[in-house]
Write a protein that binds this ligand. Structure first.
Ligand SMILES: Cc1cc2nc3c(=O)[nH]c(=O)nc-3n(C[C@H](O)[C@H](O)[C@H](O)COP(=O)(O)O)c2cc1C
Length: 209
């Protein structure tokens, strides 16, 4: 690994090309990754912190940037859900390798309202609805038990819609800080950090790479 070195050639970021609103900037970067058909353009690595201060992270998929935040869906009684319940402070990172771009968000997660979770759950493919409904996410379970539960639910609900389990739903991460990183030649990368001020406005500054 010590010999793995990547040279970055991107044009980089300037004050003039960045949006004043970092959520708008985030939307642009995700949209460009989707348009370029990058693999998993909406994947985020989400970090949560346990009640005793132990961080943990995992990949989830972003499903929207709206209402001042970033939305994803999961099981509320999963490890991440339990950690968020104890401490809503979270952070996530997105990395789009072909664009030499990284985005880091720091903020607080809050549950979306039930109608929003219902609506997104109903839009998922039938098999995904079934898997989500039977999964005691983050708990030990054998493959045999999981497959038997899938069969049981498929008999109970042979087609969509499967009812959304109460413990499955969305979170919206309301950011307090968003950082945009752009790889540049010779490791002189561009970094801009937006920090939310008490009056709700965003302050932007360039950081050393
Ligand atoms: C590409 C990818 C996408 C994923 N998307 C989600 C997702 O949107 N929601 C989710 O709950 N888990 C998703 N997972 C699974 C999570 O990484 C994780 O295993 C699961 O949420 C349980 O995490 P926890 O035990 O830390 O709470 C995804 C995994 C990968 C690799």
């Amino acid at each position: 690994m010590k010999d793995v070195r990547e040279e970055y050639h991107a044009d980089g970021l300037t004050e003039a090309t960045l949006h004043d609103d970092p959520l708008e900037q985030a939307r642009c970067w995700v949209d460009e990754a989707i348009e370029a058909e990058l693999p998993l353009p909406n994947a985020i690595t989400l970090a949560t912190v346990s009640a005793n201060g132990q961080p943990s992270s995992r990949v989830v998929l972003l499903k929207g940037i709206e209402n001042q935040g970033f939305t994803f869906f999961t099981h509320y009684d999963s490890r991440k859900g339990e950690e968020i319940a104890a401490n809503p402070k979270v952070s996530f990172t997105m990395f789009w390798q072909p664009f030499d771009r990284q985005m880091i968000v720091i903020g607080e997660a809050q549950k979306v309202d039930q109608e929003e979770s219902d609506s997104y759950f109903a839009s998922r493919p039938y098999a995904s609805q079934v898997s989500a409904a039977i999964s005691p996410q983050s708990r030990p379970a054998s493959r045999e038990w999981l497959e038997a539960e899938v069969s049981r639910l498929e008999q109970e609900f042979p087609s969509a819609p499967v009812p959304r389990p109460e413990q499955w739903g969305g979170y919206r991460i309301i950011p307090t800080e968003i950082q945009f990183w752009h790889g540049r030649p010779s490791r002189l990368h561009d970094r801009f950090r937006y920090v939310k001020q008490g009056d709700g406005c965003w302050q932007r500054e360039r950081l050393a790479p």
